[in-house]
Design a protein around this ligand. Structure first.
Ligand code: SF4
Length: 405
């Protein structure tokens, strides 16, 4: 949870990809190359208007961190990408200082010397590279662009010529992935000398081609034991090569943790432009203003700010979101900051999690921290905390005077 006066962050959603991955339910479309030129220009015009509207409403004070994600930002036509970067760079620096972190997601297949040069000129200082797997069977089933060999060559190019920080995304539990293959992927990627790695377990999202194919028996999803073995193999190599797990799915060489994502886990303030982007701004008494951009591209392009819905997340929902996101990190959930924000003792709202789940949550100093095992299985403590918060807020409903402050 942020200190008063801490700067705001910015998320920019690029709603285009060059192909769809079979497991993915993120918002993006796949225009053909001619259509992409026009569609990306229209998108850029819309985010320009949206940034201007947000600046007038919340103040044009710059952004502490910027994250350009999607979709595939690196698939934007190069001219559009340059103008996008210069627009959001100028917004980020409007307060007079550079952002402390400026990340762009990129598909390794799109990365060449010209792209890297464009990013450096624009002030991008961190790359997040979607690798997912270096096993060809898994890549084919996942629908990833490029084969393992070309992905490795592109990673070599990044390692050899990118001077900023960079991260790779890997998945486990993909059909076609093996324990040995994932271990080799982690070794190979760690050898490139990058400072951050995100390791996500496959989730079968409803309606995706992969979930349909798994349901019909067309592909075999690795079982729990196999996934566990894959994760253990990856974890052992990451620990041996100097990476520390600092969040459920994120590992970094100390000092290379993602600053932007910590704003999310901290329930800090961030704005979002681009279809389907979601923003969060602190309101009174621990509540948040939540702004959700429409995922309907046509509506967004027509009037970005008007197509965005707003709600206040308050009471139990706000308190529980703070707990749920903070407990994902090894630095945990700060009880004093919770009290400052909500005027309540966390144990009064959520119960004494360290007593109910001593092997999963511990009390260290003034924070609840998930243990190593807890980071793998937070469901128990979170469900218990949610029931306790529901009871607490129901019993202190407005007719009874509201939650004590
Ligand atoms: S490139 Fe990324 S956003 Fe696009 S379909 Fe694949 S996983 Fe989803």
């Amino acid at each position: 949870m942020p200190a008063v006066g801490e700067s705001r962050s910015l998320y920019v959603h690029v709603p285009f990809c060059l192909s769809r991955c079979s497991y993915c339910d993120f918002h993006s479309s796949v225009p053909n190359p001619q259509a992409l030129e026009a569609a990306s220009e229209a998108w850029l015009a819309a985010i320009r208007v949206h940034l201007d509207t947000l600046g007038r409403r919340f103040g044009r004070t710059g952004y502490g961190t910027v994250y350009l994600g999607g979709g595939s930002p690196s698939c934007l036509p190069r001219g559009t990408l340059s103008r996008t970067l210069s627009l959001i760079g100028a917004e980020a620096r409007a307060g007079g200082s550079d952002p402390v972190e400026f990340t762009m997601e990129a598909n390794p297949e799109d990365v060449d010397a010209t792209l890297l040069d464009t990013l450096v000129q624009a002030g991008v200082d961190r790359l997040s590279i979607g690798v997912q797997s270096l096993e060809d069977d898994a890549r084919t089933i996942a629908g990833r662009r490029g084969d393992a060999l070309s992905t490795m060559r592109n990673l070599e190019r990044i390692a050899g010529s990118w001077g900023g920080r960079w991260s790779a995304d890997l998945m486990y539990g993909l059909p076609g992935q093996s324990v040995e293959g994932l271990a080799r992927d982690v070794e190979n990627i760690a050898d490139f000398g990058l400072g951050h790695l995100s390791l996500y377990e496959l989730t079968l999202e409803e309606g995706t081609p992969l979930s349909k194919s798994a349901a019909s028996g067309g592909v075999r999803i690795p079982g729990d034991d196999e996934r566990g073995d894959q994760y253990d193999a990856a974890r052992e190599i990451l620990a041996r090569t100097g990476f520390k797990r600092y969040e459920v799915s994120n590992w970094a060489i100390p000092g290379q943790e993602c600053i932007h994502n910590d704003v999310y886990w901290n329930m800090g303030d961030w704005l979002a432009v681009g279809p389907s982007g979601v923003a969060n701004v602190a309101a009174s008494c621990g509540s948040f203003l939540r702004l959700e951009n429409t995922a309907d591209d046509a509506l967004y392009l027509d009037d970005p700010a008007a197509s965005c819905s707003e709600s206040i997340v308050a009471g139990k929902d706000a308190a529980f979101e703070c707990l749920m996101t903070a407990l994902r990190r090894t630095k945990g959930f700060d009880l004093a900051i919770f009290k400052q924000r909500f005027g309540l003792e966390a144990a009064t709202v959520f119960g004494r999690l360290e007593e109910g789940y001593p092997d999963l949550v511990c009390l260290e100093g003034d924070s609840w921290r998930a243990t190593d095992r807890g980071l793998d299985t937070l469901n128990g403590p979170l469900l218990s905390a949610l029931s306790s918060a529901e009871r607490f807020y129901a019993e202190s409903a407005p007719s009874k005077g509201g939650p004590p402050r």
